[in-house]
Design a protein around this ligand. Structure first.
Ligand SMILES: NC(=O)c1ccc[n+]([C@@H]2O[C@H](COP(=O)([O-])OP(=O)(O)OC[C@H]3O[C@@H](n4cnc5c(N)ncnc54)[C@H](OP(=O)(O)O)[C@@H]3O)[C@@H](O)[C@H]2O)c1
Length: 263
């Protein structure tokens, strides 16, 4: 398998590193192109055998799978290059808001596309990637795509009509979590903890709570009840969160994000 990546910025770079770290492909089977030499050098320093190509078309010709990790506005021009290729690779797009229908419309050739939406924790191997397989793709393609995405964290195939909803949770979600972490660390500082103490406690608590829910499979409200003694401090804090509308704010924000993703 020869994997090409066009656009080796934040997401493309995270994907290359994830695949090479997980050893699903050798560095000599990776083909990269980016406008910025510095992005290529950053990978080449760690993995000297990766191939830095001379153009987008060079990557398309040499690869059996190509990941397009450029900004959404740059996708149509890139996809149109496939019309001049003698070798047509499987194409994975990570561009937000670019549908499978859009991708197909940008070229005349019979190309198999995959639409995906990773999130930033993918850069440390704990991301979430949701994806939809396009027309003409088969079970081998799906296996291959899963293999790539699993190196970034958790991967979930969804029908394309659910991608905007998923994006509003897992794509934007890291931002919601960081705001919560920041607020908790501010609270800790106001109560006399150092910033580091407060932030570390908050981050480990967030990680541990999510891990416990995934391990036990229990409903979050059942787990919440386990922390909530009658007349205790946690229920007092939860009453305050309810009064201030935390649940409503999270639900409303996520719905706004999904609607914006559609427009
Ligand atoms: N970062 C995230 O958290 C995230 C999450 C989910 C999805 N995504 C998606 O991932 C894609 C990339 O985002 P990013 O944050 O990684 O952007 P980025 O850091 O700006 O990386 C994109 C890189 O691709 C280069 N590029 C653009 N057009 C190119 C072309 N035709 N050939 C070669 N290189 C080209 C860019 O150069 P120039 O700057 O010169 O254009 C830039 O170096 C976007 O479509 C975004 O929607 C990102």
């Amino acid at each position: 398998m020869k994997i090409g990546i066009i656009g080796v910025g934040k997401m493309g770079g995270a994907m290359v590193r994830g695949m090479l770290k997980a050893n699903i492909v050798s560095d000599s089977h990776i083909y990269l192109y980016d406008h910025h030499q510095v992005n290529l050098e950053a990978i080449k320093t760690l993995y000297p055998n990766v191939n830095c190509c001379s153009s987008e078309s060079d990557v398309l010709e040499k690869s059996s799978v190509v990941i397009l990790a450029v900004k959404p506005y740059a996708i149509s021009k890139l996809v149109s290059l496939l019309d001049h290729c003698t070798n047509i690779p499987l194409v994975i797009s990570v561009a937000a808001g670019v549908s499978l229908g859009d991708l197909t419309s940008f070229c005349q050739s019979d190309v198999k596309f995959v639409r995906s939406m990773p999130n930033t924790p993918a850069s440390v191997g704990h991301g979430v990637v949701v994806y939809s397989m396009g027309q003409g793709t088969n079970i081998q393609d799906k296996f291959l795509v899963e293999n790539i995405f699993n190196t970034l964290g958790y991967a979930l195939e969804l029908p394309e009509e659910k991608i905007d909803a998923a994006m509003a949770i897992s794509g934007c979600g890291p931002a919601y979590m960081y705001v919560i972490l920041d607020a908790l660390s501010d609270a800790g500082v106001s109560l006399g903890l150092t910033r580091t103490e407060a932030l570390t406690l908050a981050a480990h608590t967030m990680e541990g709570s999510a891990y416990m829910q995934m391990q036990t499979g229990q409903h979050p409200m059942a787990l919440r009840d386990d922390v909530t003694s009658p007349g205790g401090v946690t229920i007092a804090a939860l009453n305050e969160l309810d009064a201030l509308g935390l649940r409503h704010a999270l639900i409303s924000a996520t719905r706004v994000a999904a609607l914006k993703g559609k427009s």
